[in-house]
Design a binder for this molecule. Sequence first.
Ligand SMILES: [Zn+2]
Length: 430
Amino acid sequence: MLLKGGTLMHLHPPALARADLRVEGDTVVARAARLTPKPGEAVEDCRGRLVLPGLVCAHTHMYSALSRGMPAPASAPKSFPDMLGRVWWRLDQALTDEAIYYSAMVGAVEAVKAGTTTIIDHHASPDAIPGSLDIIREAFGVVGVRGVLCYEVTDRGGMRRRDAGLAENDRFLTATRADTQFRGLVGAHASFTLRESSLAALGDLARYHRAGIHIHVAEATDDEERTRRAHGAGVVDRLERHGLLNDRAVLAHGVHLAERDIARVTAAGAWLVHNPRSNMNNAVGHAPVETFGERAALGTDGWPADMLAELRFAHFREREHLGPRRAYPAAALLQGGQDLASEIFGAPFGSLMPGSAADLVVCDYVPPTPLTAANLAGHLVAGVQPETFTGVMAAGRWVCRDGVPLNIDVDAVYCRARQLAATLWRRMRG
Ligand SMILES: [Zn+2]
């Protein structure tokens, strides 16, 4: 396929260039000012429209898709762990195979409509563990989005479930070792729900597969406090002790990491994922994202995988926190997600250069003011909306056109999702 006359965007450092792109399979194979169509080649005339590299959601939970509008607990949770126990751990425990499938479908539909072509998911379903990652993979495959999946290992459901979670990660990592659309990470809930032997098993698994851990870190104050009480060491100490603090690690949140621990995390090259909407919604505090360094990305942590919406929250929150005199390049967090995907898949994402992933968004955004590389971030924060996306391509295939996902019957999926959500909510109360 040939995409002619697009204005190709690079997010960070920001760049714009008018060029043609040739896509073969799931890869960009050529880029030049003018490419001539080959006989029989499909041609997409971009007519100067912006072409963004496909966006990456670096941390989320697809199973949250069926929680929208869910009744709140009878009395307000007293703390973040109280909310986990009374809302989120009840939700994941009520999940069935079919609910996992439809939540992943709904989440993937919302993602591609918003130009998100890779989802790094963190899954839990304590009563439906074996094969759960394959169910998400199947749903993502139907919609056409790429996925980096893991099962969140925890001690909270007992040793049998812990071991089933480890086995699910092991199985999926083996199955996707050379896959171009799906990869695995070693999933873990959080330090405060993992005993020493569990972290040791996670470390063994990560070493065996040369994969990173994907874990919540210092989301609320409780993670560090409970970890210190139970183990006499901090969250970062424990990750380091078990060989899990390295440049493949994906650490979500870091809201309450001490300055010294952030320095250790960044020195190790671990990724930190900022989730501003979730942090605000859970009132866990403000992540010191301005200190996260270059290996930082943006996640949605259960909110729809609309990365431009998340970007706006990141931007406004940092502006309020830092004041107008310190510029914080929130758009760099989007590039961070693409760089993280590049490392996981072992191929460039986010560059739209020959050899890179053919994941992109054609955007009919008409700027009312001059648009240059220098002010690209301003247009992303204040102007570009998913409603202007005319085409979203993932792994070399169009997956959404003018806001309509191409590969599924969205009405049928949403109809079944509503039925399953109602059943899920009843099961949670039961
Ligand atoms: Zn999370």
